[in-house]
Design a protein around this ligand. Structure first.
Ligand SMILES: Cc1cc2nc3c(=O)[nH]c(=O)nc-3n(C[C@H](O)[C@H](O)[C@H](O)COP(=O)(O)O)c2cc1C
Length: 197
């Protein structure tokens, strides 16, 4: 089996943490894993070199990171030919509101239309509110956003809403489906000795 690629986009760093967590969890299942930040250091991983791919991006003001969109757009066809999953990291998922859920669905499907990749598997993951990484304006905006969503937060504290146990289970399931889809390596039949009479 070829390795699994975890490629991610991040703005405030949480999806990077998530990508490395997934990498560890996948490695625990015996898989080899490469983790790449989309658009970083001109690295352009070729999906054809991988048995499975996890694409993870975080929602910021209704869209995902541009370098991630570019990479997926450039490799949409190859992505369609192997087990590949899109992970959407956001905070809207914490709201028990059908209108917010519909909006998140729209954001994800716009990404698929823009890139031409329509993954068979998607997963929405609750992200983080790392106030200590924000400037004063962003801190104020995000506190208001959280409050509007019905969550009271203290801007002098960081919050993480990701369910790591669920993500570990997801990694195990994904690794199994990659393994199941991988071609069985060709094994030369052992030579049967000619019988001597
Ligand atoms: C400026 C800003 C805008 C955001 N916009 C949205 C949004 O439209 N919908 C949403 O569900 N979450 C939104 N979020 C929450 C992020 O998706 C969440 O904080 C995520 O963990 C960020 O991941 P990252 O650290 O990898 O960038 C926003 C966060 C920030 C800071």
């Amino acid at each position: 089996m070829n390795p699994i690629l975890v490629i991610y986009g991040t703005t405030d760093g949480h999806t990077k943490k998530l990508a490395y967590f997934l990498s560890d969890a996948l490695q625990q299942t015996g898989a080899r894993v490469d983790v790449v930040r989309a658009g970083k250091d001109a690295i352009d991983p070729d999906p054809n070199a991988y048995s499975g791919i996890v694409v993870a991006g975080s929602v910021h003001a209704g869209g995902y990171q541009r370098p991630l969109r570019r990479w997926v757009g450039a490799h949409a066809e190859a992505l369609g030919h192997r087990p590949a999953v899109f992970l959407s990291v956001c905070l809207g998922v914490l709201q028990d509101d059908p209108a917010v859920a519909a909006d998140l669905d729209r954001i994800m499907h716009r990404f698929f239309t823009q890139t031409g990749w329509h993954p068979a598997m998607t997963k929405t993951v609750a992200g983080a509110l790392p106030y200590s990484r924000y400037g004063i304006v962003k801190r104020w905006v995000m506190r208001r956003m959280a409050r509007k969503a019905g969550v009271e937060t203290d801007p002098h504290q960081d919050y993480e809403y990701t369910d790591w146990d669920d993500l570990r289970l997801f990694a195990r399931g994904f690794s199994s489906s990659v393994r199941a889809a991988a071609p069985i390596p060709f094994k030369r039949p052992t030579q049967v000795a000619e019988a001597t009479i």
